[in-house]
Design a binder for this molecule. Structure first.
Ligand code: COA
Ligand code: MG
Length: 293
């Protein structure tokens, strides 16, 4: 299977489908993705009218540079089935499924898309936010190896995990980190992208930047955002740093030297560098190029 080209998903902003003022801003925002939310950001009384707005929201989509995703209500809820079909008809880049517990939840949503002749380009993303999802994370992630499943990305639902497990939410996320690292491992095993959860205190920019830096170090591709003020810091934190890029170029240059042709290992400034480091360096340089584009 050939890997898909890198697509930056550093900053993924939730926009409630019921908030016209926020929706009007989408065009001007520098985030990599927008998630039009029908789930927790929309009150029960507003759910049907929010769903009816989707078509109009997607009408002007060709002018937008960012990916457009729709988060539907859980398929077990009274709104989920109608949401799924309405979202699919807009051919978004992806449909984000909340409260996924098992691989079956993804497969059933995929069957609905197939039955409605929705193009394969419409992917499924899964919120990992229930204790059951964490217990089933390996088999869920495995679906990422089967393109027919459409699964493309995991999104950590940290607020729901705190609620459902009773752990204390601390600024350093000490009780969440083990589960977040399980998601990282599973996502990589399944060849999936992976987004960190939201940072609720949207006025605390220092705390937000710190959490982004940590999430990038943990291996996340980007962060879920709730407010436009969070976009810039996320774009910065999840892009390769100038230091990392300089090092990647040095590694690439070392292997390009005539004397190193065919060598598996070279010494570079007193450090061992293997071909796996070259592959890592090339991946990072490609990522930086995609971010610049
Ligand atoms: N997307 C786009 N625009 C947004 C936005 C968002 N998520 N959140 C705020 N804005 C806009 C506001 O409409 C406002 O626009 P204006 O300058 O034209 O008045 C501007 O940004 C500043 O907003 P601010 O006054 O700082 O925040 P607020 O009090 O209006 O909203 C929240 C705060 C948290 C209610 C709002 O940011 C929000 O609804 N976020 C998304 C929540 C969500 O989707 N949750 C589900 C996933 S966890
Ligand atoms: Mg949730």
């Amino acid at each position: 299977m050939t890997a898909e080209p890198y697509r930056p998903r550093r900053s993924v902003l939730y926009v409630p489908a019921s908030n016209d003022k926020a929706l009007a801003k989408i065009q001007s925002l520098a985030c990599d993705d927008v998630v039009i939310d029908l789930e927790d950001a929309v009150a029960p009384a507003d759910k049907p009218s929010a769903r009816e707005k989707l078509a109009a929201i997607f009408a002007g989509r060709s002018d937008r540079r960012c990916e457009m995703v729709v988060r539907i209500n859980a398929l077990s809820s009274e709104w989920g089935a109608d949401d799924l079909v309405a979202a699919a008809r807009c051919t978004p880049d992806a449909i984000l499924l909340p409260k996924v517990d098992t691989p079956r939840d993804i497969l059933e949503a995929g069957d609905v898309l197939d039955d409605n002749f929705i193009p394969d380009e419409v992917k499924l993303w899964a919120m990992i936010e229930t204790p059951k999802a964490l217990l089933n994370i390996g088999p869920i992630a495995e679906l990422g190896r089967d393109p027919a499943s459409r699964l493309g990305c995991f999104v950590a639902g940290t607020n729901d995990l705190v609620k459902d497990t009773g752990i204390l939410a601390t600024p350093d996320r000490r009780y969440l980190v083990p589960w977040l690292m399980q998601m990282v491992l599973a996502a990589r095993a399944g060849g999936l992208d992976l987004l960190d959860g939201v940072f609720n205190d949207f006025r605390d920019m220092d705390g937000f930047a710190r959490e982004c830096t940590e999430a990038a170090a943990m291996g996340f591709d980007g962060k879920s955002l709730i407010h436009p003020a969070q976009i810039e810091a996320a774009n910065r934190a999840f892009a390769p740093t100038p230091e990392a890029l300089a090092e990647a170029r040095t590694v690439k240059e070392a292997f390009a030297l005539a004397e190193n042709t065919g060598k598996a290992v070279v010494a570079l400034n007193g450090k061992m560098v293997e071909r796996l480091h070259l592959a890592q360096a090339e991946k990072l340089l490609a990522k930086a190029a995609a971010v610049r584009a």
